[in-house]
Design a protein around this ligand. Structure first.
Ligand code: HEM
Length: 380
């Protein structure tokens, strides 16, 4: 257990087996502990033969796998997954090399209601800590990057809860600002995560050593991306704040591709909110109805709270783009695209969109910052 597991206690009690994090970490349904402890050595030697044998050894009998709980199935996918990415890093398509893994990947994907390969959650949150930690390289910087993503997870789960509430409210409701303040509190974990990354993971290590393990693999004729940090669904927070009705095509496309890698409840979240009215649009509409230059206090509180969340998102993105630019600079990069399937330019667009929305909210309140003395009602 790390400090960040304590930030959002009670995840285990939510009923969704995907939040039974300590059980998933403890599970070893393939008996893979010893073999995966040797994985960094096989990768250091680029020993494709050993990796192929390791994957073949771990592939379970499909009838046995069909009996597993979701917890065991997630752990099994995690352990097969780290071998899939390792083989691909050394130029071998894993399913072509070990065809008997295909029905198992498909079965585990169905059983867990997720894609038929491992995702960032398998690689980080569901990965055991300590000597059982699954790693491609065993390097401390890899462990730090895993920890950085892990520390963002509980905050994001809680932020999405707050965003769900937000989407049901109007800016004149007192709950609107409360839901935004909760969101702000929880997405702060993304800023902590990127600060931790910048302090502990060098762009060189990411670009030259780690990034090649996150390549896509072919599963039954379809490419699936590796366990990229870009799969951490900060974009679902954007959906409710501004993206659902104020986006742009490159971000829409990235989001549509990325959502398949998320948890089933998060895909539901996306389906529920994608066609909705964003918090920024609701606020702009409400402010435009106010024809006095003093906003009702509740509306002003909502606007300020929305501005605060957008500023935190902007801070994350401004710091994140710094390390991403260095890792994908001309002199370092081995790939044109990030492990999440998009170029660094997309990060620039998302940062600009976040900033534009923040500016819009601030302007709405900036020119009308003086607050009307008593709570007002929406103009008819
Ligand atoms: C060395 C460290 C990192 C590098 C070089 C990096 C690079 C990138 C790149 C190039 C993208 C564009 C999409 C793609 O991957 O194809 C991206 C997206 C993204 N990354 Fe990272 N990243 C790093 C660490 C992190 C960490 C620690 C987190 C936090 C958990 C994170 C969260 C995200 C998110 C949420 C996106 C989606 C775009 C957005 O919401 O702004 N990244 N990253």
């Amino acid at each position: 257990m790390t400090l960040y597991d304590l930030v959002a206690p009670g995840l285990d009690e939510r009923g969704d087996p995907r939040y039974r994090i300590s059980d998933i970490r403890a599970a070893d349904p393939l008996g893979a502990d010893a073999l995966l402890a040797a994985l960094p050595g096989m990768n250091a030697d680029a020993d494709v033969a050993a990796l192929t044998v390791a994957l073949r050894t771990l592939v379970p009998d499909p009838d046995r796998a069909a009996e597993w709980s979701v917890v065991a199935a997630l752990a099994a996918m995690r352990d097969l997954g780290i071998l899939l990415g390792s083989l691909k890093r050394h130029g071998t398509q894993p399913v072509a090399a070990v065809p008997e893994v295909l029905p198992v990947l498909e079965l585990l994907g169905r059983r867990t209601d997720m894609v038929p390969r491992d995702t960032v959650h398998h690689y980080t949150t569901w990965n055991p800590l300590g000597p059982r930690q699954r790693m491609y390289t065993g390097h401390p910087m890899e462990a730090h990057l895993q920890e950085a993503v892990r520390m963002a997870f509980p905050g994001l789960v809680a932020a999405l809860d707050a965003c769900s509430r937000l989407a049901r409210l109007e800016p004149y409701d007192p709950g609107f600002a409360v839901a935004l303040d909760r969101t702000a509190h929880h997405v702060q974990s993304m800023v902590d995560s990127i600060d931790f990354t910048i302090a502990h993971v060098s762009p060189e290590f990411f670009a030259l050593t780690l990034r090649p393990y996150f390549e896509e693999i072919d599963v039954a004729g379809r490419d699936y991306l590796g366990p990229a940090a870009a799969q951490v669904p900060l974009w679902l927070v954007d959906v409710t704040l501004w993206q659902c009705d104020r986006s742009h095509s490159a971000y829409d496309e990235f989001l549509a591709d990325s959502v398949q890698y998320s948890l089933p409840s998060w895909r539901d979240f996306h389906a529920r909110h994608a066609g909705g009215v964003s918090a920024v649009s609701k606020l702009s509409a409400a402010v435009s109805w106010e024809n006095v230059d003093r906003l009702p206090p509740q509306l002003a509180a909502s606007a300020h709270a929305l501005g605060r969340v957008l500023r935190i998102l902007k801070t994350f993105r401004a710091r994140h783009i710094g390390i991403a630019r260095r890792a994908y600079s001309d002199d370092l990069r081995l790939y044109d695209e990030g492990s999440g399937g998009a170029p660094v330019d997309l990060l620039r667009s998302i940062l600009d969109l976040t900033r534009d929305n923040e500016t819009l909210v601030r302007r709405a309140t900036g020119t009308r910052s003086r607050v009307r003395p008593s709570a007002g009602t929406p103009a008819a």
